[in-house]
Ligand binder design. Structure first.
Ligand code: ADP
Length: 334
């Protein structure tokens, strides 16, 4: 097991005038056993950061340590990590058992030991009854579990996950999420998990690193990131629908953006007057899309409540203790 330390980690591609910097100095101290999610939109640098920890990309500046070793110049095989990819690429001609055992066989682990480790991993992943099957006879979810099994049997100090659930359908994704949580509870291996999906991040992370344009905007627990977002970027990226960000709201402050989550607005008899545009039923709740002083405002209400009609005028009241304020220039939390 191991901690991971990122100190001022910079990544540049190319050199001289054609160099592009894609990570601008990332700092994070990750404790042994922690499950960390790196989340952000496409192109923000999250895979690059993960691949640098794995040793698949060079570190341009700064240091990466795993445990008490600086690993900047250490080859991937010596870093005591195991990686699970989006594309799990199992060997088609090998059985599940052979797929899981292959890396250990190459590393010349004794046969008995290999069997014990594969059986243990198969038990955790509920693959015991599938060990003799070939990958083509497995569902997508089962194949992904074999890919995880292959990582588990190596008993690494660190797991690195690169969007491992993106090829699964929504139902299977939710189920595999639960399996990954269970796996982490049982094995407690320090994990870095990359995703662009904020729901995945919120549900899996003990702490999450929210990335934007090569910078880490916030590093905190899902609760911290949700309730005290460090910037307008984080406020609008985490949570669906996103936080309302308003420049012209009544009671606003000059030079500041007011933030209020859709669930922290209540339909009332007085307050902000909203022109309703559309109403969406999501099952247990409804989203009211309206306009307030020319800006879009989303209000979330329970399904059982009276639903306004499009074009209707309604009043809503923000819960005062749930207002957020951001600097209009920098987007940073005030
Ligand atoms: P993410 O995983 O968040 O989608 P990446 O880490 O893959 O983002 O990429 C971050 C940025 O680095 C992107 O702008 C991408 O175009 C750029 N990039 C990635 N690989 C290379 C490369 N080999 N050469 C130049 N730029 C690259």
């Amino acid at each position: 097991m191991a901690s991971i330390s990122l100190k001022n980690v910079v990544k540049r591609y190319g050199s001289g005038k054609s160099a592009v910097q894609v990570l601008h100095g990332v700092n994070a101290e990750i404790t042994d056993h922690e499950f960390i999610v790196i989340v952000g939109p496409s192109g923000c640098g999250k895979s690059t950061l993960l691949r640098m920890v794995a040793g698949l990309e060079e570190v341009s500046d700064g240091t990466i340590s795993i445990g008490d070793r600086v690993v900047n110049d250490l080859e991937p095989a010596k870093r005591d990590i195991a990686m699970v990819f989006q594309n799990y690429a199992l060997y088609p001609h090998m059985s599940v058992f052979e797929n899981m055992a292959y890396g250990l066989k190459i590393a010349k682990v004794p046969v008995d030991e290999i069997k014990a480790r594969v059986d243990k991993a198969a038990k955790i992943l509920e693959l015991g009854h599938l060990l003799e099957r070939k990958p083509r006879a497995l569902s997508g979810g089962q194949r992904q579990r074999v890919a995880m099994g292959r990582a588990i049997v190596r008993q690494p100090s660190v797991f690195l996950f690169d969007e491992p659930l993106s090829n699964l359908d929504a139902k299977l994704r939710a189920q595999t999420r639960l399996e990954i949580q269970k796996l982490h509870r049982e094995l407690g291996i320090t994990s870095l998990f990359v995703t662009h999906d904020q729901v995945e991040a919120m549900t899996l992370a003990q702490r999450m690193m929210v990335m934007n344009g090569g910078n880490m905007e916030q590093f905190g627990t899902p609760e911290e990131v949700y309730h005290t977002p460090a910037s307008t970027f984080v406020a609008s990226f985490i949570g669906s629908p996103p936080m309302n960000l308003l420049k012209n709201a009544p009671g606003g402050k000059a030079g500041a953006i007011m933030g209020i989550r859709p669930e922290h607005l209540d339909v009332a008899h007085e307050g902000w007057e909203i022109q309703v545009e559309t109403v969406e039923l999501l099952g247990a709740e409804r989203l009211i899309y309206g306009r307030l002083a020319g800006e879009q405002l989303i209000v979330r209400i329970e399904e059982g409540r009276h639903s306004p009609a499009p074009d209707e005028k309604i009043f809503v009241k923000p819960r005062e203790d749930r207002l957020h304020w951001f600097n209009a220039e920098t987007g940073k939390r005030i």
